[in-house]
Design a protein around this ligand. Structure first.
Ligand code: BES
Ligand code: ZN
Length: 455
């Protein structure tokens, strides 16, 4: 049996153990946005350290940052082989609303082929799959390539400290390319490589009006209502054609050329697919673009939440003193979070009426990116997927954001191979997140092939 076969059969024989490893880390509620979970963040980092030690990795270290630490490890003894930097994040999104979970978010539960837990798909499942692939190899053999791990704890809050970390550790992180398994695939039988990601700009808009809440009868009709005013302002940010009206918003938007549009049109992402995935009764988006373009290649603006006035049971006749909306924009090359902030401020200056005050708070942002499609890493992954699935991967644009990809291009000068074994119906960031286990095991096999293809 050759060494590749040995690694694959190790993976086959250790399926239960691998699943136990995944369940173990899924039990730690590493919600990066929740300051009450700071200890759990550290616990997860320490869990990773133990795993990396067991894999014979070296220079393992937890690097503290201003918020959550970065875990680093490497093994650099493969002569004449490339160096791959594995990126991952061990933080997860908040579990709320808790009452919509069928089983508790941090008690991983198997139902049929699915493992349900927060982070099962995004992305502890992908991090553990990579560790399992490395384990399958190093139990029998020297690793075929040089490998470095950088696993952060702040991805879901916009990686506020990762740029600084990469800048100050550029030599430590130097590599030929990055493997980033934080982007999913299009279907169980549709392995995918992502080559473009949208960026993100996230804001809070605060409107204040009267000095205190007012009786809506005594004073309704004589002063501006902050809630009404905020809704009007927000509604005006998109026109009936789905175009965003912030001044200059499209100036830097790079057009998709005819060739790429033709390619995107071949992807199995049609109206029926998106209706099924979203459970909506109709699609709606920017006129002149197909749904797959709208979600992958065009920017958008959405309200993520609103707060104002009385929302308890029954009725209360009140004219609220303030209102707040959380707004995020998904950006495409060559937009930047800094530029759209200026555009939002300009829009507010031009449209906010007298009688209220407004303020914009910047939450976080990340740049969009487009990745190379013909590097050694992409080739190794594409061949690995063809071997495991018997079909070549699809090349897709992704509407989600992974800011580190563009940051690595700039700071480390390296491209990323973006893939993953999550599915569109995994409900990431939602209640009942799951990972499809047969796909996860195929993912581990694909990663084993990928590493050997590099060697
Ligand atoms: N893994 C996702 C992004 C993703 C999902 C890419 C599916 C491709 C396919 C990532 O963890 C994520 O959710 N990112 C955030 C980034 C933000 C908080 C800066 C996002 O997109 O909302
Ligand atoms: Zn996420």
């Amino acid at each position: 049996m050759d060494i590749r076969e040995k690694a694959l059969s190790y993976a086959q024989e250790n399926k239960e153990k691998f699943l136990d490893d995944l369940k173990e880390v899924l039990r730690i509620p590493s919600v990066s946005t929740d300051s009450a979970r700071k200890d759990d963040m550290l616990k997860t980092a320490e869990w990773l350290v133990v795993k990396l030690e067991a894999l014979g990795m070296e220079n393992i270290k937890i690097y503290p940052t201003a918020k959550h630490p970065v875990v680093y490890a490497d093994w650099l003894h493969a002569e004449n082989a490339p160096t791959v930097l594995v990126y991952g994040h061990y933080d997860v999104q908040p579990e709320d609303p808790l009452d919509l979970w069928e089983t508790p978010p941090f008690e991983p539960t198997q139902r049929g082929d699915s493992l349900h837990a927060r982070g099962a798909s995004d992305m502890k499942g992908q991090v553990v799959a990579t560790l399992c692939a490395v384990e399958s190899i190093v139990k029998n053999d020297d690793f075929p390539a040089n490998i470095k791990f950088m696993i952060e704890g702040e991805e879901e809050i916009g990686s506020p400290n990762l740029v600084g970390f990469m800048e100050s550790h550029a030599a430590l992180l130097s590599a030929d390319f990055c493997l980033n398994p934080d982007a999913g695939m299009l279907g169980k039988e549709l392995p995918s490589i992502t080559y473009a990601l949208r960026g993100l700009a996230y804001f809070e808009i605060h409107i204040t009006g009267p000095s205190h809440d007012l009786h809506s009868g005594l004073f309704g009709g004589v002063v501006r209502n902050p809630a009404n005013t905020l809704m009007k302002l927000v509604a005006g940010m998109k026109d009936d054609d789905g175009k965003i009206t912030l001044p200059g918003f499209y100036d830097k938007v790079r057009d998709v050329d005819a060739e790429e549009r033709a390619e995107l049109a071949k992807l199995p992402v049609d109206e029926a697919f998106l209706l099924a995935q979203t459970g909506s009764s109709a699609l709606w988006g920017e006129k002149g673009y197909t749904p797959v373009e709208q979600v992958g290649a065009r920017p958008t603006l959405d309200v993520n939440g609103m707060l104002s006035g009385f929302t308890g049971e029954g009725a209360k006749t009140v004219l609220p003193a303030k209102a707040m909306a959380k707004i995020s924009m998904r950006l495409v090359p060559d937009q930047t979070p800094e530029a759209v902030y200026e555009q939002l401020v300009q829009y507010m200056k031009e449209n906010a009426p007298e009688g209220i005050k407004w303020d914009i708070k910047v939450e976080h942002g990340g740049n969009p990116s487009i990745s190379e499609r013909d590097g050694v890493g992409v080739k190794a992954m594409s061949d690995a997927m063809s071997t495991v699935w018997g079909t070549a991967p699809l090349f897709k644009r992704e509407g989600g954001s992974i800011p580190v990809v563009g940051d690595m291009q700039k700071i480390l000068g390296i491209e990323s191979v973006l893939t993953g074994f999550g599915l569109p119906d995994d409900r990431i960031h939602s209640p009942n997140e799951k990972q499809d286990l047969p796909t996860w095991y195929r993912g581990i096999d694909a990663l084993i092939h990928f590493f050997y293809n590099l060697g």
